[in-house]
Design a protein around this ligand. Structure first.
Ligand SMILES: [Cu+2]
Length: 193
């Protein structure tokens, strides 16, 4: 299965700290000096793989990958700072793994909402959730979400363990009517470093 992008040299895929700038994985490499806090945010291109002809995409969703935010992060990102773009209608597989050695975590696709809920809510896309949404899956447990990415729109991938999502444990899913291939985008919140 083809992989997105190419291996970065020495892992130097550092996001810009410019407000609102999105870096398209596989197209742009930045080597700017950035604060240490931003260096925790790196995209591994192997997280995303897809087959264009079959319109299938697979994403490795890793809870607590780093210590960022007390490990309340997905793939080292919090508060929507990473966006997975999937063309509308593609069959989507999200392989969840809890890398956190301490806390249980879960994941579900929900609609954007303010304030963020403090516990699981109804999934915005059928079947787009892990089991044990409230209690969470223990360390190194896995689960697979399989769903059709529709309708087009903006979503959150949110940890359902009470308090986690509201504390920042969420990233973004964009089901796009215009994208032709999946992509990972860095989407830091304005003012975030
Ligand atoms: Cu969690």
């Amino acid at each position: 299965m083809p992989r997105l992008g190419i291996e970065p040299p020495a892992g130097r895929w550092l996001p810009s700290t410019a407000v609102g700038r999105a870096v398209v994985v596989g197209l742009v490499t930045l080597s700017l000096a950035v604060p240490a806090s931003a260096q925790q945010q790196r995209v591994d291109p192997t997280w995303l793989s897809f087959e264009t002809a079959a319109k299938t995409v697979r994403f490795q969703l890793i809870a607590g990958l780093t210590g960022l935010n007390g490990a309340l992060n997905f793939n080292g990102f919090r508060d929507g700072a990473l966006t997975i773009v999937v063309p509308v209608g593609w069959q989507t597989e999200i392989d969840f793994r809890n890398h956190d050695g301490m806390l249980p975590h879960s994941a579900q696709v929900i609609a954007p909402q303010t304030p963020l809920p403090t516990q699981p809510v109804g999934p915005a896309i059928p079947r787009a959730f892990t089991f044990k949404l409230v209690e969470g899956l223990p360390s190194e447990a896995t689960d697979i979400m399989r769903f059709a990415a529709q309708p087009a729109g903006e979503y959150l991938i949110f940890c359902g363990v009470p308090g986690h999502g509201a504390a920042g444990m969420w990233i973004r899913l964009r089901v796009s009517a215009t994208a032709t291939t999946p992509a990972l985008l860095l989407t830091p919140a304005p003012g975030a470093s």
